[in-house]
Design a protein around this ligand. Sequence first.
Ligand SMILES: C[S@@+](CC[C@H](N)C(=O)[O-])C[C@H]1O[C@@H](n2cnc3c(N)ncnc32)[C@H](O)[C@@H]1O
Length: 226
Amino acid sequence: MTLAAEPLIERSLLRLPGVYPPQEDTLLLAQALDREEMPPGTEVLDVGTGSGALALRAAHPGVRVTAVDRDRRAVLTARLNARRFHRRVRVRRGDLFDAVAGRDFDLIVSNPPYVPAPPAPLPRPLASRAWDGGTDGRAVVNRLCDGAPKMLRPHGVLLMVQSGLCGTDRTMHRLARSGLRATVHDRAHIPFGPVLRSRAEWLSSVGLLEGSEQHEELVIIRAQRP
Ligand SMILES: C[S@@+](CC[C@H](N)C(=O)[O-])C[C@H]1O[C@@H](n2cnc3c(N)ncnc32)[C@H](O)[C@@H]1O
């Protein structure tokens, strides 16, 4: 049975404290992942795997899946989930592509941290490292856009999710500059969760939010190497 036929698996994953729970962005990206062709022998990389949700989703028979995360607890969590659901996923700890240097992939999937975060010196919960993307939300997104093309095989695809708050056009231009053909593959509008609600005033003050908007646009971007 494929994971596409198991819609609740993302809800059943184990999670060590502080590891990102699969959420709307995970599920939207999982749906996009399901639409990709992954014949046996396909090499997939999940960057920022968290619970391992997307890596497990890609782990069809014969597909070789590697997952990376810089967080030790996420790595352990993803390994536990792969074992629990009998999926073959290699999980490595490292910053973005460091742990897979020298390899290349047919498909890279990523739900990176993309939430704009105020530069306040206040201590933040450790878990916020999973979603905070610097003051414009693009600290990791930009690095992903710049680094992914070198890790893709010819015709390889990058599938990523981000918030409209951190600039869809900026991502599209950056990927195009890196030589990829990028398109917006899917969009969804979801109500602000607690993190964005608590930051709404700051987001407005820095011009990232218009008026009293209380919905976030999630965007799936698909970028292909020629
Ligand atoms: C928004 S969570 C997504 C988790 C999971 N992929 C999902 O969709 O539910 C982002 C993940 O990226 C990881 N991460 C953040 N920066 C990273 C980096 N520079 N290199 C590798 N992983 C990173 C975080 O530890 C976190 O697990």
